[in-house]
Design a protein around this ligand. Structure first.
Ligand code: 8YV
Length: 323
């Protein structure tokens, strides 16, 4: 029997590409450039399955390619707000993601950002590289203590819990969580966490707020100007979730007028384009979507997508089916 034909939209770790090619008839976008709507339509039209990433937008238009089309989008990544779920359902396309294997590394990056912004690490690095450091002095780049402070976590799934673990055990932080559904008492106890009933009630209580909810239309601008105003004037916002969750124009205002202490972003609304207002904010740390960017996580994500494809084409339900 002919092996299923799979289109891979970006270069993947070498070990993953090798294994994929052993099992499937694989075509890889070896240019590794972001694909446009027409390229993606072509992939959906011509292949049995597509292995996409966060940079591939599957809009209703992209997915509407006629009768013959790919049967699975095995997404490389846990978030899938770049895929229009109503359309995949309409076309009978299965979607899988890669949870678990990136939770620890993404949580590590959230902690990196929290420490960087509170301790002004970005500003310090920029100062040294600009040749502007004039020497030690007691009042130089004084930041904010992290240990023992209150951390609010919005979205208490796997990554949110991994952040709570680090913050609680490593930094003795008090953990408050907001989650759409109730978190079990056992889980809250594991992290010494308290669930707060609304985001509006959570924000005024926190020194740090870290976002770990999904993106997509439902959570677009979940953190808007009104909610930024509910944060303490010295509090920090951390976003390793999705860019659209934060209203970037409102955030830039809050940073410029110092109505919050600072922010640290790993994700952006129109990444890789950066809202120019954000670039001017010194009290902002920005990283280029590095949440899962470790050798270990990126390989494990690839093998997880491979397992999902293998199960699907063997007629089994993939373990990470999300649609
Ligand atoms: C991934 C991420 O690297 O998994 C996610 O949802 O945000 C990143 O860590 C990226 O999405 C790959 O598609």
């Amino acid at each position: 029997m002919a092996r299923p034909r799979i289109f891979v939209t970006r270069r993947l770790p070498a070990a993953v590409e090798a294994k994929l090619s052993e099992r499937f008839d694989v075509t890889i976008n070896t240019s590794d450039r972001q694909l446009g709507t027409e390229d993606l339509r072509e992939a959906v039209r011509r292949f049995d399955g597509v292995l996409p990433t966060v940079t591939d937008r599957f809009s209703p238009e992209t997915l509407d390619v006629g009768r013959s089309h790919a049967r699975i989008l095995a997404n490389y990544g846990v978030g899938y707000s770049h895929i229009d779920i109503a359309s995949v359902a309409r076309h009978g396309i299965t979607v899988t993601n890669t949870p678990d294997v990136l939770s620890e590394c993404t949580a590590d990056l959230a902690m990196t950002l929290m420490l960087m912004v509170a301790r002004r690490a970005g500003e310090g690095e920029r100062e040294i590289r600009a040749g502007a450091w004039t020497g030690w002095r007691p009042t130089h780049l004084v930041g904010t203590r992290v240990s023992g402070k209150t951390l609010g976590i919005i979205g208490f799934g796997r990554i949110g819990q991994a952040v709570a673990h680090r913050a609680r055990l490593g930094f003795g932080m008090e953990i408050l969580v907001y989650n759409r559904s109730p978190v079990s008492p056992g889980t809250l106890k594991t992290y010494g966490a308290t669930q707060v009933e609304s985001i509006d009630a959570l924000l005024p209580l926190c020194d740090f707020v870290s976002l770990h909810c999904p993106g997509g239309a439902e959570n677009r601008h979940l953190i808007d100007g009104r909610r930024l105003d509910l944060m303490r004037p010295e509090a920090f916002l951390i976003n390793t979730a999705r860019g659209e969750v934060v209203d970037e124009a409102a955030l830039a205002q809050a940073l410029m007028f110092e109505t919050i202490g600072g922010a640290a972003l790993d994700v952006f609304d129109r990444e890789p384009r950066i809202n120019p207002q954000l670039r001017d904010c010194d009290n902002l740390v920005m990283l280029p979507h590095l949440g899962s960017a470790t050798r270990e996580a990126r390989e494990a994500m690839g093998f997880r997508a491979l397992d999902n494809l293998t199960d699907f084409f063997a007629g089994r339900e993939p373990r990470d089916k999300v649609a």
